[in-house]
Design a protein around this ligand. Structure first.
Ligand code: CAA
Length: 379
């Protein structure tokens, strides 16, 4: 197991403290009211957690991916909706602007993202989720800039974001090499943010569609090179998967803690239900699997920090962690019996929140494809 540095330990402790004291007490209320957790997100902005890996030159905290993974875990353990908001801002918005943006773009679109503004990543469409190369949104160049037409779906942070990274086809003849990335403002003329989706879980997070109707943006909003959009999206999602793996681990840990408390407190057949081996085995499996998920995730994070290729490791971390979290939440609910099925206990929320981690930023099926391709190479 990794030996954490002083910085990493300090970030973990800080994240745990704020999560336990300030974020966790609000989570159930925000979930039930399906209200964006502004109070929690504002605290993360104040601490710099919304731009943890942004260079200090741009007002970020310049921390490494391990710090980010550890913080994501603690925050998501308290509130998975706050967790995904933080993850998208860090991994899917700040990262590509920092890596591919010009100095001018970073000044305008990266600097404010740490503590003032919120970002989102618009890749998926109603007919292009797992297969983003088949997107239909277009960006056609004219003398004034690019004109965007089309629509996007499942945009996390959609209803609260100030800025979006939008992927669109700039050349319909070139397949994935004809996709480019653009930075957009929420008030760009022709951009419409749709109504909030009604979801099974992460109900307090914002998820909306977007539509673009003859939306003209200046040429300097192109992020990276023309035709580089698919590569930007894939490289961004590799890092994003570490964030979602950490979110899943946090949810899994919350489910385990809930089960542990219930097993000790609840009595049946003359003693605490913790004495039953059937339930002990469930607990053992969950603890072991979440620990294994953490090892995979920290391995991917440390490889990213060392500048090594981590495509397969991030896919394995996200796939394993999300499925382990789904199992841990399911076992925890079962251990709680009828109580677990009611809103009096948080475990039904963990059960609902865990499921999305096996779907967004690459479904389990797509991640198996990624792992197999990375293993087999070209043949
Ligand atoms: N990392 C880096 N490069 C990658 C890559 C990766 N993970 N996956 C593919 N590429 C590169 C390939 O090497 C190839 O490069 P060249 O052009 O240099 O040859 C190029 O991309 C095209 O690759 P493929 O031919 O393999 O592309 P494909 O169309 O067959 O798709 C895929 C591959 C793995 C299925 C990919 O489409 C994929 O990852 N799909 C899932 C998309 C996804 O995760 N969507 C989540 C939506 S975002 C979201 O959920 C946001 C939110 O708000 C929470």
């Amino acid at each position: 197991m990794i030996k954490f540095s002083e910085d990493q330990l300090m970030i973990m402790d800080l994240a745990r403290e704020i999560a336990e004291e300030n974020i966790k007490p609000l989570a159930s209320k925000y979930d039930q009211e399906e209200k964006f957790p502004w109070e929690s997100v504002k605290q993360l902005q104040e601490l710099g957690f919304m731009g943890m890996m942004v260079e200090e030159e741009y007002d970020g905290t310049g921390l490494d991916t391990i710090c980010y993974a550890l913080a994501m875990e603690e925050i998501s353990k308290a509130c998975a909706s706050t967790g995904v908001t933080m993850s998208v801002n860090n991994s899917l918005y700040a990262y590509p602007v920092q890596k591919y943006g010009t100095a001018e773009q970073k000044e305008e679109f990266l600097r404010p993202i740490v503590s003032k503004k919120i970002g989102a990543f618009a890749l998926s469409e109603s007919d292009a989720g797992s297969d983003p190369a088949s997107m239909r949104t277009t960006a056609l160049k004219n003398k004034d800039g690019y004109v965007i037409n089309g629509s996007k779906m499942w945009i996390t942070n959609g209803g609260v974001a100030d800025n979006f990274i939008v992927f669109a086809k700039t050349d319909s003849q070139k397949g994935h090499k004809g996709i480019s990335a653009f930075i957009m403002n929420k008030d760009d003329k022709g951009l419409k943010i749709g109504a909030e989706e009604k979801k099974l879980g992460i109900k307090a997070s914002s998820t909306t569609p977007l539509s673009f109707d003859e939306c003209l943006i200046p040429e300097n909003r192109l992020l990276g090179d023309l035709g580089e959009g698919f590569k930007i999206a894939m490289n961004t999602l590799n890092g994003g998967r570490i964030g979602i793996a950490s979110q899943a681990i946090g949810i899994g840990q919350a489910a385990i803690e809930s089960a542990k408390k219930y097993m000790v407190e609840r009595h049946a057949f003359g003693g605490p239900i913790a004495k039953f081996q059937g339930l002990q085995f469930m607990m053992a499996d969950s603890v072991m699997e979440i620990e294994a998920a953490k090892a995979l995730t920290l391995k991917a994070a440390s490889m990213k920090d060392r500048g090594e290729r981590f495509v397969k490791e991030a896919a394995m971390a996200k796939l394993y962690s999300s499925e382990a979290a789904v199992r841990a939440a399911d076992r925890s609910l079962q251990i709680h019996g009828g109580a677990g099925y009611s809103k009096d206990f948080p475990v039904e929320r963990y059960w609902r929140d865990a499921k999305i981690t096996a779907i967004y930023e690459g479904t389990s099926e797509i991640l198996r494809v990624v792992i197999a391709r990375e293993t087999l190479g070209r043949y």
